[in-house]
Design a binder for this molecule. Structure first.
Ligand SMILES: *Cc1c(COP(=O)(O)O)cnc(C)c1O
Length: 392
């Protein structure tokens, strides 16, 4: 496939098989595959293969990997059972006792828990830094630093990391970089273009897009993904072929869905920014976002995720969530239905109050994951719910 096509075209065509008459890809459920001869059997189990035994790969999964790799501008990809499966398998491959990893203070809750609770138990040191400060990454580097993990825009504060600057810094020190691109998707941001070594996605979110798939993927140079695949065959966080098939189907419409979510989220951000009950709106597309210039430089669109802080604090956020009609109270993002959540309530289980404060999550923060409803209906719904807030 000519990789000079646009992301939109690659999402539709990258896995096209000219020998196949079927327009939609087949779904392979079989776990083992058979071989006609001893030689063929040896062949199908040498190197990375997708027709041997499903834990090692699967032809439906391979097509998903092909499409995501093309969309991200990666040489290869390896799909996993979930986004966390991609992150944990990658960390277990690249890090060992005595190594040091740098992450961000603001990252996906599961990633933070993994870095703070599991990774140190393996004798691996962890430093979390403020992502908006490139110098903080530089200051965190030690002689044993092997990996820097990035997430931009981060969740739920929509802070950005200067990906090109951090990737250049890491390269100078011979350190690998690994970016979580779940929120932006390759439609809005392609970290590999900015010098990052590995990209991962929770395909559970916008990539599959319909809130009915759990899957992940890690993408990058073959030399790296082959090593991660070796670990993966032993860890076994394997994506089901049906989830791979649904994720592939979702990817065909990703560019349309993201275009719409980009536009709706920007409109909601402007509406909220002018609302008297709202203290601050976090959205990289707003000119008032402290990193708007960086967003313009490294992103194509600004995504479907925004957050805002209500003047009335925790109680006001609770009231608002109870009053909105269209968005469901749910922790995911990137689906067809808008989802809204109060991060301080959602993470009360996973993170301590100190960890929340350290991550800079105010009690009155509301995270809004835009779906595909009409912008006018979402604004009307929010407007009504905001006006109904009790005066305080
Ligand atoms: C959801 C999410 C993950 C974890 O993905 P799962 O598929 O739920 O394991 C990782 N990073 C980000 C940014 C996410 O939103």
């Amino acid at each position: 496939m000519d990789t000079s096509f646009t992301v939109e075209t690659l999402l539709v065509h990258a896995d096209a098989d000219p020998t196949e008459a079927a327009i939609a890809p087949p779904l392979f459920a079989s776990v083992p595959f058979s071989a006609g001869s001893a030689e063929a059997f040896r062949e199908m189990n040498s190197g990375r293969h997708d027709r041997f035994y499903r834990r090692y790969g699967n032809p439906t999964q391979a097509r998903l990997e092909q499409v995501m790799a093309a969309a991200e501008g990666a040489e290869t990809g390896m799909a996993t059972a979930s986004g966390m499966g991609a992150i944990s398998t990658t960390l277990l491959t690249l890090l060992g006792r005595g190594d040091h990893v740098v992450g961000q203070r603001s990252m996906y809750g599961g990633t933070l828990s993994l870095l703070q609770e599991i990774v140190p138990r393996l004798g691996i040191e962890v430093t979390l830094v403020e992502q908006t400060d490139v110098d903080a990454f530089a200051a965190a580097i030690r002689p044993n630093t092997k990996l820097i993990m990035l997430e931009t825009p981060s969740n739920p504060l929509l802070r950005l990391t200067d990906v090109a600057a951090v990737a250049a810094l890491a390269r100078e020190h011979g350190i690998l970089t690994f970016a979580d691109n779940t929120v932006a998707t390759p439609v809005n941001h392609r970290p590999l273009d900015h010098g990052v070594d590995l990209v991962m996605h929770s395909l559970t979110k916008a990539a599959s897009g319909h809130s009915d798939v759990l899957a992940g993927i890690v993408l990058g140079r073959r030399e790296l993904t082959d090593r991660i695949w070796q670990t993966h065959t032993m860890i076994g966080a394997v994506v089901s072929p049906f989830d791979a098939w649904l994720a592939l189907r979702g990817l065909r419409t990703l560019s349309m869905r993201m275009d719409r979510q980009n536009r709706t989220a920007l409109a909601l951000a402007h509406f909220l920014d002018e609302h008297p009950a709202v203290r601050v709106v976090n959205y990289p597309g707003l000119p008032s976002h402290p990193q708007h210039a960086l967003a313009q430089r490294q992103m194509v669109g600004y995504g479907g995720l925004l957050s805002f802080e209500l003047d009335g604090g925790y109680q006001a956020a609770e009231e608002l969530l109870a009053a909105v009609e269209l968005p469901a109270r749910s922790s995911s993002l990137g689906g067809v239905r808008s989802l809204v959540v109060q991060p301080a309530a959602m993470w009360a289980q996973e993170l301590t109050e100190e960890q929340l404060a350290e991550a800079g999550v105010p009690a009155g923060l509301v995270r809004f994951a835009v779906g595909l409803e009409a912008e006018t209906d979402l604004i009307a719904d929010l407007s009504r719910a905001l006006s109904a807030l009790k005066p305080r």
